[in-house]
Ligand binder design. Structure first.
Ligand code: SAH
Length: 256
């Protein structure tokens, strides 16, 4: 299988079928093929077919799912796109770095590049599921590209990275003994972590502040592998068991 087959372009809640068709065309023009549509407003649609031109096969093979979690399941790298700066800074790539990283990691595992809604982009919650964010350095006075145009730019960078791969230096994942943790396992880990922090009395769901956001960002930077994630889950379970034992012991203590 070629690296290209490991790259998913994910469009979240697209409103205009024309943009879906335009994205399909951009994907095929640049040698990619996999399109995931998260709850599109209007699909299948004639306008999508019309805009796709000779990339109708990409539309025909598009995978329609209900949630972003489903679209990124199995991916070892998830990159989210953003037309503007967010409140919490996240590890950022420029489009060139994004193309290189996507291309090189696609040799090892599935990779997703996630695009947002035409009117309001990706939610903070969706962006926090991503290892990196990428912003196309557009005019700050008018920074938002048309959705299909943004897909075009980032797919072009993946193609450019593929063309210069032969000259590229050290691999991004040098001789690692374990595959990276998958998106769905990370999601389970964060749920487990949040529960353990609640059990410990460290975290209050009613007053969450930005604890989980900052922890997600921390782990996203580290790029945990499968084994590390499973060790951390074991640690959480031990902590929860210890808290539980202490609670039971203090309830049983006789009144003196
Ligand atoms: N008003 C929205 C713009 C959404 S544009 C907002 O401010 O977030 C629709 C989608 O196109 C975005 O979610 C993103 O996936 C992509 N996009 C548009 N302009 C972009 C840019 N400059 N850099 C990266 N992605 C961009």
């Amino acid at each position: 299988m070629s690296h290209f087959d490991s790259v998913r372009v994910v469009l979240v809640n697209s409103t205009h079928p024309g943009n879906i068709g335009g994205a399909a065309r951009a994907i095929k023009n640049m040698g990619l093929s996999r399109l995931y549509l998260v709850a599109p407003k209007d699909f299948p649609a004639d306008r999508a077919v019309w805009r796709a031109a000779s990339a109708v096969d990409v539309l025909d093979n598009a995978i329609v799912v209900d949630s972003l979690d489903e679209a990124i399941a199995g991916c070892g790298l998830v990159v989210g796109t953003s037309a503007r700066e967010r409140r919490i800074p996240w590890p950022l790539l420029n489009p060139r770095e994004c193309g290189e990283r996507v291309w090189r990691e696609a040799a090892h595992h599935d990779v997703a590049v996630v695009f947002g809604r035409e009117d309001r982009g990706l939610t903070n919650e969706e962006l926090q599921k991503c290892n990196y964010h990428v912003h196309i350095p557009s005019n700050p006075e008018y920074s938002s590209l048309n959705l299909a145009a943004a897909v075009q730019v980032l797919c072009y960078e993946v193609r450019m990275a593929s063309l210069s791969a032969a000259q590229s230096e050290s691999p991004l994942l040098p001789d690692w003994d374990m595959p990276p943790a998958r998106a769905e396992d990370l999601e389970l880990y964060f749920q487990h972590l949040e529960q353990a922090l609640v059990d410990l009395g460290f975290h209050d769901r009613a007053n969450p502040r930005q604890t989980m956001t900052r922890l997600r960002r921390l782990y996203g930077r580290i790029r945990l592998d499968e084994m590390e994630l499973s060790i951390l889950r074991g640690v959480l379970t031990s902590i929860q068991n210890a808290v539980h034992r202490m609670q039971c012991a203090s309830q049983k203590k006789p009144d003196s």
